[in-house]
Design a protein around this ligand. Structure first.
Ligand code: FMN
Length: 142
């Protein structure tokens, strides 16, 4: 099973979750400018933050590069300050347009954490447990 983890972050929150997913699924967490494996990816974890109610433009551009023949399933993980999930919704729409099935959505509300440029984010034990459970549950799809 080929698994890949790609994420966009400005201030480190999404990266902290990407690192936990990477440990849970035994695949490196890489930024979106790292090319995907040449083999088709069975599960691609895609993560990003929310900025002015949208994903970062670079993440939307990354989604536009994906090919349904090369990416079998996507699992999104997103962070935001507030409870709404506009980034997840926007990314899901882009995956739908590509014809790539979305098998899971993990979202974490961070409040003010990371709003002021903190790059080294320490997650709480319950956040770590939640994202690991999510990541492991995604591997039942192949
Ligand atoms: C410029 C900027 C704009 C933001 N806009 C929103 C927003 O519209 N809605 C929201 O819920 N959070 C917003 N946030 C909070 C971020 O989504 C939140 O801190 C997220 O975890 C950032 O992920 P990152 O640390 O991986 O970049 C904003 C943060 C920044 C820095």
């Amino acid at each position: 099973m080929t698994i890949a983890v790609r994420y966009q972050t400005r201030n480190g929150n999404t990266e902290a979750f990407a690192n936990q997913i990477a440990a849970a699924v035994d695949a490196p967490a890489e930024k979106i400018d790292t090319p995907l494996p040449t083999d088709p990816v069975d599960v691609l974890f895609v993560g990003g933050g929310t900025y002015m109610m949208r994903p970062d433009k670079t993440l939307s551009a990354f989604m536009a590069t994906l090919d349904a023949a090369k990416v079998k399933h996507i699992a999104f993980f997103t962070t935001s300050g507030g409870p709404e999930t506009p980034t997840d919704k926007a990314l899901t729409k882009l995956a739908d347009e590509k014809g790539i099935p979305v098998i899971g959505h993990f979202h974490q509300m961070m409040g003010g954490k990371g709003m002021f440029g903190s790059k080294s984010v320490t997650l709480k034990p319950d956040q770590i447990q939640a994202v690991k459970t999510f990541a492991e549950s995604m591997l039942t799809h192949n």
